[in-house]
Structures are given as structure tokens and as C-alpha cells.
Design a binder for this molecule. Structure first.
Ligand code: COA
Length: 186
């Protein structure tokens, strides 16, 4: 792959950009402090904005790596940072990238994550040269599966008791889209 890192992207309603440590208060208030958002995630709800600040400090340092993909989702209408979208795993040998996402509850149901993820998938196929982009969700969290379907990923199967999140050990539904799917309009 030709890793290009967390390049600024733009959609109709969102700017996708690098996080800064100054995003801590909005990240904490909008999603990191909300146990409903983190229910099916692998990290614990932040119990203070200081935790968010520490996480952001390490993310900002991470941008030095060309294969770090970790976007802040900024809503154009308000300038508010409402969520994150990142590559959580990369396999350079087979040009595979795995995506993960989360967003503040107040913004759910407006198609914002599919809008952001479609832009990211386009960038990762067209400029980075990914061959396979996948994502996994707890079977009890189908709303994330809907995002996967909306961006052209297909369900490949369920890996039983293959992951751990804040609910414990869980079954994971695996979705993916291939570069050839896009070329062939599948
Ligand atoms: C998963 C998530 C990113 C979806 O983003 P989104 O921008 O709301 O996506 P959409 O608007 O396309 O909605 C997706 C589905 O969520 C469900 N949904 C929508 N609004 C909802 C609401 N207010 N409350 C609960 N579920 C809702 C619907 O099933 C919807 O599917 P539909 O369009 O077929 O009706 C968001 O729900 C989220 O951040 N969840 C918490 C973190 C998380 O679970 N991350 C994924 C881990 S694998």
C-alpha cells in the first residue's frame, strides 16, 4: 500500500481531519463519557476529561506514522467534533485495512457515519491502494452493521466468541468490501 496517513477529507456535511489535544472537551462530552456509546466498544468510558486528553496526546503522537488513520469527524453546521473513524488494524501483506468508528448519541440516525465511512473507503482504495477493507461488529450491535452495509460491505460470516468488548466475550459479524467489488460495481 502507499500509506498516506490521516489526510483531510471532506463530505457534504463533514470535515474529516486529524485530532488535536484541544478536541478533548468535545470528545469527552459528545461520546467518550457516554456508556451507551461505549457499550460495544473495546475501551472503557472515560471518567474525566483528563483521560480523554491523555488518549488524544497519544493519538496526536501516532500521526507521525504514515500508516496511522484516525479521523476526527467535524460537523460543518456547528464546527463540533462529533465522533471518530479509524483504521484499527492493517495487514500490509494482503493490503487489508480494518475500520472502527463511534459517534455521539445526539448525532445517530442521520446517516453521518455512512457518509464519513464512504469517503474514507474511497480514499483507502483509490489513493492508499487497499485491496480489502473490513469491519466487525458485535452481533448485538446491528446498527454498526447497517453502516457496513450502506458503504458496500458484505457480511462474510459470524466469528463465534471471537472478540471482547465492554459486554464481555462476544460473537463478531465480519463485513468487507474488495477493490474488485467497487470496480465491478457490485
Ligand atoms: C454505529 C454508529 C456509528 C452508526 O452511525 P449513524 O451515523 O447513526 O448511522 P446511520 O444513521 O446510518 O444509522 C445506522 C442504524 O442505526 C440505528 N439507529 C439510527 N438512529 C438511532 C438511534 N437514535 N438510536 C439507536 N439506533 C439508531 C438504525 O438501525 C440505523 O439503521 P437504518 O438506517 O437502517 O434505520 C453509531 O450508532 C455509534 O456511534 N454507535 C456507538 C459506537 C459503536 O457501536 N461503534 C461501532 C462498534 S463496531
Amino acid at each position: 500500500m502507499r500509506h498516506g496517513g490521516t489526510k483531510r477529507l471532506e463530505t457534504e456535511r463533514l470535515v474529516l481531519r486529524r485530532f488535536t489535544v484541544e478536541d478533548a472537551p468535545q470528545m469527552y462530552a459528545n461520546w467518550a463519557s457516554d456508556p451507551v456509546v461505549t457499550e460495544f466498544l473495546t475501551w472503557p468510558t472515560h471518567d474525566s476529561v483528563e483521560v480523554t486528553r491523555q488518549v488524544l496526546t497519544s493519538w496526536v503522537e501516532g500521526y507521525a506514522r504514515p500508516d496511522a488513520y484516525n479521523w476526527a469527524l467535524e460537523l460543518k453546521e456547528s464546527g463540533e467534533v462529533i465522533g471518530s473513524l479509524s483504521v484499527v488494524r492493517a495487514d500490509d501483506d494482503i493490503a487489508e485495512l480494518e475500520l472502527g468508528w463511534c459517534m455521539g448519541r445526539a448525532y445517530w440516525g442521520r446517516g453521518l457515519m455512512p457518509e464519513a465511512a464512504a469517503a474514507v473507503v474511497g480514499y483507502l482504495f483509490d489513493e492508499v491502494g487497499a485491496n480489502r477493507i473490513c469491519a466487525k461488529h458485535d452481533v448485538n450491535n446491528p446498527k454498526s452493521g447497517r453502516v457496513m452495509e450502506k458503504i458496500g460491505m458484505r457480511l462474510e460470516g459470524v466469528h463465534r466468541q471471537a472478540g471482547r468488548n465492554n459486554m464481555g466475550v462476544v460473537d463478531l459479524a465480519v463485513h468487507a468490501v474488495l477493490a474488485s467489488d467497487r470496480r465491478e460495481g457490485k
